[in-house]
Design a protein around this ligand. Sequence first.
Ligand code: WT7
Length: 704
Amino acid sequence: MTAQFEEQPSEAQIAVHWREEGYVYPPASFIAQANGTDAGLFERFSLENFPECFKEYADLLDWDTYWHTTLDTSNPPFWRWFVGGRLNACYNCVDRHLRDRANQAALIWVPEPESEATVAITYRELWRRVNEFAALLRDYCGLRAGDRVTFHLPMVPELPVAMLACARLGIIHSEVFGGFSGTACGGRIADSGSKVLITIDSYYRNGELIDHKAKADEAIEEARKEGVEVEKVLVFRRNPGQYCSLTPMRLGRDAFVDEVLLDYKDAVVEPVSMPAEAPLFLMYTSGTTGKPKGCQHSTGGYLAYVAGTSKYYQDIHPGDTYWCFADIGWITGHSYIVYGPLALGTTSVMYEGAPTFPDPGRPWRIAERLGVTTFHTAPTTIRMLRKLGPEEPAKYAYRFKHMTTVGEPIEPDVWRWYHDVVGKGEAVIVDTWWQTENGGFLGSTMPALQPMKPGSCGPGVLGIHPVIYDENAEEVPAGSGKAGNICIRNPWPGIFQTIWGQPERFVQTYYAKYNRDPKSTDWRDWPYLAGDGAVQAADGYFRILGRVDDVINVAGHRLGTKELESASITVDEIAEAAAVPVVDDLRGRAVEMYVALKPGITASPEIEAKVSAAIEREIGKIARPKAVWIVPDMPKTRSGKIMRRVIAGISNFTAVGDTTTLANPEIVEDIRKQVQAAKYARGTVPAELTPEQIAEIQAFGSVE
Ligand code: WT7
């Protein structure tokens, strides 16, 4: 035990007592058509058949050269999958479907304004657009396999076209969520060393045409500060022929894609045959400390994993109309809007705008009009749609057979509304637990073969063998009612390869805690630490409690406390800052900031507003805190570490826990009175927390 654990008792182990929910069984109509109806699958993917079991996923792809080694563990934990194999991800998602489904829609894009026509892009049309754009990337931008290019694009069809064009050439794409600020984008450009930025002039969100190109100029400025000079900015135009941004185009650097593309009309670019181990893309995500981590995903392992999980867990058939209502700016969109569904040759729907624009009936109108069969969204969206339009789904004649929830724990009563009202009692639900780092699902029920249990994701998916460890690396047995750190015993093809440019941080963050021997080349000695607290019921189903590191999951998006705190202290008056999660009806968790002022400065609402504005500027609107509390001092350990779990307890009206190890225990009571009195006055006292929520708040920050 290290000193750190003595200061912070192992709260991830706290006992959790909740009412076990009963099973809900999939409808016969679903089972009758499901891809996964053979219980023999579980045997084929058992630990005894690891790693060869994953051949079944790899065989869903077309390989230029078949691989000779399924899993190479010689340099742990940098696992190499399907070694010796060569393939092209774009070929697998586009070209190979031309023979049988050239005229089937690959993508259907729904613009936010309802007056604008929906756009269907067939596989043939997608092939043409991807080829032309690949030619532009190669010949106009001079990009080659292994180069990085950053996209800062919203939900427009140009985004999957650009991703696939990169994949065709082996260029590593790095998409930054369109809602992130220019500064946040610039940091990711610099970290990845991208010389090209691909953006758009504007897009619609909540009825407003947003000026997006303005962020490109901020991004380039930030990248320059961090030592990277962007040479070219490619600008798509949301409305053909019109430039809807107030920022000027910079001569020699910025170009309109539609104009440059005229030179590449009907160009054909051969897909580059890439090693299975070549990186396909980077996806940045927040961690405990420091800057966001560029999760590097592979070509062969990743694509095989998303194809396999799309087939069995999303139950995707080529004839389905599948709508994943997420943003491609997150891993969910990469894996389950673009790569997985297209690898299987289905029709994937993309929607540009806000879920409730112009009213909360919008998603159901889209589903009805397009004949969506398979629907995929996050608890935060379900909560919002339930709150604003509880009667809306019944008004529309769509019929879902399959629905997914992803990104945060879903409360059983929200789950039941999703099942009964959105799914009309006819759709099976999968609650899929996974992370940016993982490529694809880790925990879920197999929809036709395993019953659902509201609030639990289910067991590990095919070939994934989760285990819960306590702080002493002892296994926490199923059915014990005790929570611990959920880990995965074995590697899998979708696991990221490393943190871009930071291999030590990769090993440290995900493997060091439970590694049994740093020299061992046996994968059994390298459990993967997910960073979530979890409990396993006697039937093997996992209930995910949430992050145990200093990461806050707001509406399914991870925000690092460090990033929020660094943004806050860019405000001159602020000496110190601490970010904590607070339970929120709609977004699952929201952020509250605690700040201490520099000596001689007096608290004021203006300073609070400055902190919010700084966070929006540095990270983006999604990170805006629900409250900023100016406090006289932070509760700290004797080593000077801010005890976030103590202030998290204050914000959530839960017990603050042991404060005897603090250097300044008296401050806790002062802060509690100040903050809780203000919450009473504002009417923002949270409803009573569930035992799972209390466990999460009390464990907040217990893993370093
Ligand atoms: C964190 C990962 C990959 C999907 C989008 C989020 C939480 C994710 C669930 C779920 C309970 C979940 C975990 C995880 N999470 N799915 N079904 N039930 N919690 O990806 O941004 O990398 O966040 O989201 O805490 O660690 P991400």
